[in-house]
Write a protein that binds this ligand. Structure first.
Ligand SMILES: Cc1cc2nc3c(=O)[nH]c(=O)nc-3n(C[C@H](O)[C@H](O)[C@H](O)COP(=O)(O)OP(=O)(O)OC[C@H]3O[C@@H](n4cnc5c(N)ncnc54)[C@H](O)[C@@H]3O)c2cc1C
Length: 372
């Protein structure tokens, strides 16, 4: 939310118009209540995120609203990038599936975890281009809030909850102004055998996967009628976020599992740093852009990739398989109470200033690719 406000207050206004927080006033600063899913849902840790608490938005609807902020003619819906040609004059020719080509000085690939831009940057079949299976999958469905309240009760349905189980967990949180409850039920699985990442499933399979869980978790999964299974993939490694005047941003650079609710936040931090660098008064000519991307990479890559790594770790912790926490609820509580702070309480102005300092330093030297 801080990154949105710093890029443009209008972005945060669009977010706030749709976002849903906790249903109960007393939980306004709570990020998530973590509960023991093996029993009747006893509280393990109520994790507080001062000032903001938990705010969720439906991604597709938010993206649709964001588009309304852009000047007419700058946004083209449904245009699929297929190729990028890096021409001899240094410019890029972007080719789209509808036959349209666009000639440009700079490319910023924001095309998600299956990024075509990432494939073009690193080579389609290179290990670096391919997302990695995170050894878990999730059943997902959204249900009307009234139905959820009838099954889970008011507190569990209207506020964000994680139920911790052995090799599994459920996460539930309200969306669309509290009219829907988003249900996610994760299960660890060593190998993903399907070509597709999203496959239909059944409530029988779901119940088989959550056998042995306590009554609260059973109630959560009982709400799912026709769940889809999503295999969870991420990008735990990336040696560089740019080459020349071609950079990756968001999930294309550092897609994460959902266990810290931080993937989109990192994409927004990327955008904040990137737009401040490109708008810096020292960036005037196309040859300055690579210096801006060097600074972007230096500041953003370590932090964003640490989020990917710690998100996988938090999934393991909340499935009672954490290396140093195992099934010890006191240890799980201790890590949950402190592990989000470095993500949430970041000084974004300082991040932008550090990036600008790197840019100015880089501009004093040779072109970054020539220096390598
Ligand atoms: C189950 C789950 C739960 C999550 N929960 C949270 C959460 O609570 N909080 C949080 O911060 N993050 C969460 N995330 C992560 C979050 O959704 C992503 O980090 C975020 O959407 C990344 O934004 P993005 O714009 O980089 O990519 P995306 O949102 O994936 O957008 C990429 C866009 O590029 C387009 N595209 C793809 N290929 C092409 C092409 N060839 N040409 C043109 N366009 C193309 C796509 O259509 C899409 O519109 C979750 C993710 C998952 C899977």
């Amino acid at each position: 939310m801080a990154a949105m406000k710093n890029i443009s207050p209008a972005i945060h206004e669009v977010f706030a118009k749709r976002s849903s927080g906790q249903g109960w006033e007393s939980k306004k600063t709570t990020y998530m209540d973590y509960r023991n899913g093996l029993t009747n849902g006893e509280l393990i840790a109520s994790v507080v995120c001062a000032n903001t608490g938990q705010e969720s938005v439906h991604r597709t609807l938010f993206a649709k609203d964001l588009v309304t902020l852009l000047p007419d003619g700058t946004f083209h819906m449904g245009r699929k990038l297929t190729h990028i040609e890096n021409r001899e004059d240094g410019r890029y020719l972007l080719k789209f599936a509808d036959g349209i080509s666009v000639d440009t000085d700079v490319v910023v690939g924001a095309d998600g975890i299956k990024s075509r831009c990432r494939q073009i940057l690193f080579g389609k079949n290179s290990a670096e281009a391919c997302p990695k299976y995170a050894k878990e999958f999730a059943y997902r469905e959204m249900v009307p809030m009234e139905r959820a309240v009838a099954v889970l009760g008011d507190e569990f349905a209207r506020n964000s909850m994680v139920n911790i189980g052995l090799g599994c967990l459920t996460t539930t949180y309200p969306v669309e102004k509290g009219t829907l409850l988003n249900l996610v039920a994760c299960r660890s699985l060593e190998k993903w055998e399907h070509d597709e990442w999203v496959i239909p499933s059944s409530s029988e399979a779901l119940h088989r996967d959550f056998v042995g869980c306590g009554p609260v978790m059973q109630k959560v999964i009982s709400l799912m009628d026709k769940p889809l299974i999503w295999a969870l993939f991420d990008h735990p490694e990336c040696s560089i976020f740019y080459k020349g005047n071609f950079a990756l941003i968001g999930d294309a650079a550092h897609a994460s599992t959902p266990h810290q609710g931080a993937g989109c936040g990192q994409a927004l931090e990327d955008a904040l740093v990137m737009c401040n660098l490109l708008a810096d008064e020292s960036v005037v000519l196309p040859e300055h852009v690579e210096h801006a991307f060097t600074a972007y990479d230096a500041i953003r890559r370590p932090r964003a990739l640490k989020v990917v790594q710690t998100s996988r770790e938090n999934g393991e912790i909340c499935m009672m398989r954490g290396k140093s926490t195992g099934e010890d609820l006191d240890k799980i509580k201790a890590t949950l109470n402190e592990r989000f702070h470095w993500i949430w309480h970041e000084d974004l102005d300082q991040q932008v200033e550090s990036a600008k300092a790197k840019l100015h330093e880089s501009l004093k030297g040779p072109k970054p690719s020539a220096a390598k």
